[in-house]
Design a protein around this ligand. Sequence first.
Ligand code: GCW
Length: 607
Amino acid sequence: MNLWLTRLKEPVPAGLETPAELARFELSRAFPDVQVELAEQSAMGEGYRIDPLPGGSIRITGGSTGVLYGAYRLILDRFCGETAAAVESAPKYALRMIDCWDNPDGTIERGYAGRSLFFRDGKLSWDPLRIRELGRLLASAGLNVLCINNVNVHFPAQLLLEDDLPALSALAEAFRPFGVRLMVSVDFSQPMRSGIPTADPLDPAVREWWKQTAGRVWAEIPDLAGFLVKADSEGRPGPFTYGRNHADGANMLAEAVAPYGGTVVWRCFVYNCRQDWRDTKTDRPKAAWENYAFLDGEFAANVILQVKHGPFDFQVREPLSPLLLGMKKTKLAMELQLAQEYTGHQIDLYTMIPMWKELYEELPADSIMSLAAVSNLGDDANYTGHPLAAVNLYTYGLLAWDPGTDPEEAVARWCRLTYGFAPAQEKALTSLLLSSRRIYEKYTAPLGIGWMVNPHDHYGPNPSGYEYDLWGTYHKADRNAVGIDRTEAGTGYLAQYPEEIAKKYRDPNTCPDLYLLFYHRLSYTFRMRDGRTLIQRIYDDHFEGLEETRAMAGALTGLPFPEPDAGVIRERMEKQLYNAREWCDIINTFFHRLSGIPDERGRTIYD
Ligand code: GCW
């Protein structure tokens, strides 16, 4: 299963040791008749230049991994029917990360594509062929860092830095020819496994333990990219236990890994996950800012703060996290989620690049220096469960290489490479994929409110499922109104933004519709700019979302997908149709029962 590389028929053989050797192999198989010369220039790093030469041969100039990226660019361009002009390219971000949430027992937290490709029965364990195939997929999408284990580091994942280090080193070696470096999620309290009574980041014994450990780890894996850390979040250990802040914690690890060129990627997903629903003072979206903004400028040079793109947690619609705008003296990575946790479990279609582009529109140039995305991969034959979910992995790679990537071109390129349909069919598939996010948004939670989902599993509707729970995710719908006022007059969340952004959202009469209920508490009779009442808009969106899903199902059935994709797509589309109907009817019924306001258009709402 070669996904978008279907036209590279031959598997990558074992024994290729460098990106240049791999590039030669790929080029010789893709174009047996074309002379391609590789010119390595180490100063070019991951960048490359492709020059057509007189007589029909081609030269690729690049750094040691640059020549490989250049080779894939040439191969994929030609497969797309594009030829010949000289091109030069280099990635915008040095770290283009995929974060796997794989556990040693082989399960994947929020995984929807089978089991782990790296772990089984408590140990690292992999199929070398599939690792080479995955390496090829990642490299051809320009991705270069793979964190293989869950940020929730459950035992025995700690052994990756202990007894399992030789196996980790062998896995790192397997990925090396693809220019992919491994990263490991670490347990902040791990020194305590060695009998140290504390994990206090300022304790000398703890600091020494991490230094020794880093020394051992990098001696085995000299190009390990670094450590990824989830601390003081959802029950994970962290510096708060010892009265220290997150700069103390991150800098301590940073000092340990610095001699080896390692990076500490420190997540900012920190909030009170034991909130009393009666407490109206705490507003969860404010948490990341409150925990980190005051530390701006305090982090070591090799620390990157990894910030989820929105202030909640990967909902279908959230504003850009204010932390990504307000920490100008700190290195930041934006964290996206390819795994479709809240976005349809790789059953429902949900192409993400339109959403990522919206985030980029609010993100000032150069405010982040890295992108990370939670993996949607697993050991299913097609790697992403739903064959069309692979578009998210591929287009994420394009965006991480070049944030200026055009969503439509990126999706069309993926379609062309994957299926090679006739132009009209390719156009149909491209536009269907591009519309899928908005359709999903319409039939699920209304106008930015989020969280009307089944608790824990996060698939399917449950409008009050999180309402009286501990997670800080409330909509407070009553018979008159819904939403939370997050302006300065309410919880004050909006004050975390620079004024030029805040002013776009402050007034419900000018706030963009799709963010309305994220920022405001409004009565059902509130008149929206298009003249509809809020409640009518909720009904309309839900009915439209369902109708559009039906239309999408019809359009998909008309496309000539090859087997086995065709069967999987059909079967998942059936499930999506069921899901869309459940969402539409349950959400509409929920609001109708509460408000007692009928649908102006008299459609069926179940009472
Ligand atoms: O919302 C939560 C997810 C958890 C995940 C967490 C995180 C890895 O439901 O499964 O844990 O986000 O991002 O740390």
